[in-house]
Design a protein around this ligand. Structure first.
Ligand SMILES: *[C@@H]1O[C@H](CO)[C@@H](O)[C@H](O)[C@H]1NC(C)=O
Length: 211
């Protein structure tokens, strides 16, 4: 048993080291030697392009647009962010977590592999099943090309109607119904045509997770 355990540990370290060579900055704390990544979208897994839905400020009368389309590296999240009408805007694409090949409860977080970015700030959102329309848990990041970023679930911050919501309970992976990639104008700081190209999104596991 002891020997099998240590072999598994070596395999986990090797996997994490292979990933670490392409990793320049982490979205949050990294745990070298323990992290294991299981592809959920992109790479060996389908992006399920026809299952993503655009959710934008059009719900409030805005005119921003969003789509997720296939690209050479994987998927491009692109569109136009136009805060001029509402003095604030957002644009995103949402996927029901039921479309993922593994449940989020198998993991302690997510990893995003970015192929290219335009220098804008993007957000990964997790929405709780049955939660209020304006409530979500968010991690924001401004990626460089070829950057990989880890986002443990514990680092997702609760937001309600665009503001931090310290009264919200800690995020539980079991409660998540929707994963979204979004761009927000932050009032009028960001606008115009945007594009974030992703190679994939993986589940971030501890040493006990095997792909
Ligand atoms: C990103 O990686 C690709 C493929 O490895 C490489 O061709 C490209 O030059 C890299 N881009 C940057 C900005 O490092």
């Amino acid at each position: 048993m002891r020997v099998v355990g240590s072999l598994r540990r070596v395999a986990a370290v090797a996997a994490a080291t292979a990933v670490a060579t392409t990793c320049t900055t982490a979205m949050a704390e990294t745990r070298p030697g323990t992290a294991v990544f299981v592809p959920l979208l992109g790479g060996p897994q389908s992006w399920r392009f026809d299952q993503w839905k655009a959710i934008t400020d059009a719900v409030r009368g805005g005119v921003s647009t969003a789509r997720l389309v296939p690209s050479d590296s994987g998927a491009k999240f692109q569109g136009n962010l136009d805060p001029s009408k509402l003095k604030a805007g957002f644009a995103g694409v949402n996927l029901d977590v039921g479309e993922l090949p593994r449940p989020l409860t198998d993991f302690v977080g997510l990893k995003l592999d970015v192929a290219n970015s335009d220098g804008r700030e993007y957000t990964v959102l997790l929405k709780v099943r049955g939660g209020e329309a304006g409530s979500s848990y968010q991690v924001r990041f401004t990626p460089e090309p070829n950057q990989s970023m880890e986002a443990p679930f514990a680092t997702f911050a609760a937001f309600r109607r665009g503001r931090p919501d310290p009264s919200a309970p800690q995020l539980r992976a079991a409660d998540v119904g929707t994963i979204a990639v979004q761009i927000a104008s932050n009032f009028e700081e960001q606008s115009g045509d945007y594009e974030l190209e992703l190679r994939g999104i993986s589940g971030l596991g501890g040493p006990e997770i095997h792909s």
